[in-house]
Design a protein around this ligand. Structure first.
Ligand SMILES: *Cc1c(COP(=O)(O)O)cnc(C)c1O
Length: 421
């Protein structure tokens, strides 16, 4: 027993929580408190020395509880549990995925710096990069999943600011088309452009595949980011975010979080602790359903193509990256319905079990039309380049009965057929 290493799913119910500190309650209560009482003034002083980085931690010393913007039991237990999946040194929880992303970009970029990012990215991230970062003098340049390593190097040098590259930010598989970006290749690029003074950090938005099926830190990433609103929360009832990484980068992220004050609340953390207990069973059921639904769609006469990692051709370049990086094809499907907006909308309007909503990763299946919804702001040229067409419908597959999901997509496609006579 002593040297048996438990899997993360076995530890999600108990890790990091001591019932004896909470009247023996088997589950952590919601620590709905703003501040914590110090036993002595000396103790308060010692806690602040650590919190503000005024001295190094002693061997077994832990940061004591001070104030809920800095730490809180629900926040800390959640962060410790989330670390287990990615085997990260540290984790910082945020009140949204966007606050996790914007805090990372603000901490690791300064005026004059260059950010390299993969395109497409989540709409909110794209907006922050294009509309906020220029205001603080940060330059950003994008690349797409089909660019080779050499081409990306040329893109970086072409800016004339290669010596100011300070972060590579990627999202893979890309939303909404499921194209994959090679994390190891991006880590190599980061190393190549690092200097003795500045390390080029690689941040990966792992919302689509983590924390179960992809562990970017093992492929050379420095920071992993999640919208915990998606699979981690998993019930479409909470907005939250997370950042994970080694001790050094996490110290920086947590200090900025303390001063931006965008940490997750005790109640949000409590909900996520509950969600983590079923994370693995949920995600596995979702992926299994997704493979079946993708298979059915790919054979349907009214479907023009399905982008799903479980349907990749073993001879395609994406397949190699997929096999190296992911342990499952995931539960997100992009399907092209023959016709145009009219046919796609007819399909969406006729779904009965799938709900017509944006977001993803929850227990219920969702469907949306990226071209007119999540990606409405993308320019027509980029839409064409990224294959975000009127035909595209994005499906997030839930934990429902698979026969019911198949029935639903088939009857909605029947409605499309009938509409066209
Ligand atoms: C939803 C999402 C985000 C933003 O997260 P919020 O929790 O909505 O702030 C970021 N990245 C990806 C890939 C997402 O799907």
């Amino acid at each position: 027993m002593a040297n048996h290493k438990m899997s993360p799913e076995s530890l999600m119910m108990s890790y990091g929580y001591k019932p004896e500190l909470s009247e023996g309650a088997i589950k952590p209560p919601v620590f709905q408190t703003s501040t914590f009482v110090f036993k002595t003034a000396e103790e308060g002083k010692a806690f602040f020395e650590l919190a503000y980085g005024l001295r190094e931690k002693d061997q077994d010393e832990e940061l004591g509880l001070i104030y809920s913007r800095i730490n809180n039991p629900n926040l800390q237990i959640l962060e410790e549990r989330l670390c287990l999946w990615d085997e990260a040194d540290g984790c910082a929880m945020f009140e949204s995925g966007m606050s996790a992303i914007s805090t990372v970009l603000l901490e690791f970029l300064k005026p004059g710096d260059l950010l390299l990012f993969s395109s497409p990215t989540y709409g909110g991230t794209d907006h922050f990069i294009h509309h906020f970062l220029p205001k603080i003098g940060v330059h950003a340049i994008g690349f797409t999943a089909d660019n080779t390593e050499e081409e990306i190097e040329e893109i970086i040098r072409g800016t004339g600011k290669a010596d100011r590259l300070s972060m590579v930010y990627i999202e893979t598989p890309a939303n909404p088309t499921n194209t994959v970006v090679d994390i190891e290749m991006c880590a190599r690029l980061g190393k190549k452009f690092s200097t003795p003074e500045t390390k080029v950090n690689l941040a990966v938005d792992n919302t689509y595949m983590g924390p179960l099926w992809c562990h970017p830190l093992k492929h050379g990433a420095d920071l992993v980011i999640y919208s915990a609103t998606k699979y981690i929360g998993g019930h479409s009832d909470v907005i939250a975010g997370a950042v994970l990484g080694n001790a050094e980068v996490m110290q920086r992220v947590k200090v900025l979080r303390t001063f931006l004050g965008n940490m997750a609340s005790p109640n949000t953390c409590w909900l996520l602790l509950r969600s983590l207990e079923t994370l693995k069973v949920r995600m596995e059921a979702q992926a299994s359903n997704a493979q079946t639904v993708a298979d059915v769609l790919s054979k349907h006469e009214l479907v023009n193509g399905v982008k799903y990692l479980g349907l990749l051709n073993p001879n395609s370049p994406d397949y190699e990256v997929y096999k190296k990086q992911y342990s499952s094809p995931g539960a997100m499907i992009s399907v092209y319905i023959k016709g145009g907006e009219k046919e796609s909308f007819c399909f969406l309007n006729n779904l009965k079990l799938f709900k017509l909503a944006v977001s993803l990763g929850g227990t219920e299946s969702l469907a949306q039309h990226p071209c007119s919804m999540t990606h409405a702001g993308v320019s027509p040229e980029d839409k064409a380049k990224l294959e975000i067409t009127d035909q595209l419908v994005r499906l997030s597959i839930g934990v429902e009965n698979e026969a019911d999901l198949i029935w639903d997509v088939n009857q909605a496609l029947d409605a499309v057929r009938n509409m066209n006579g």
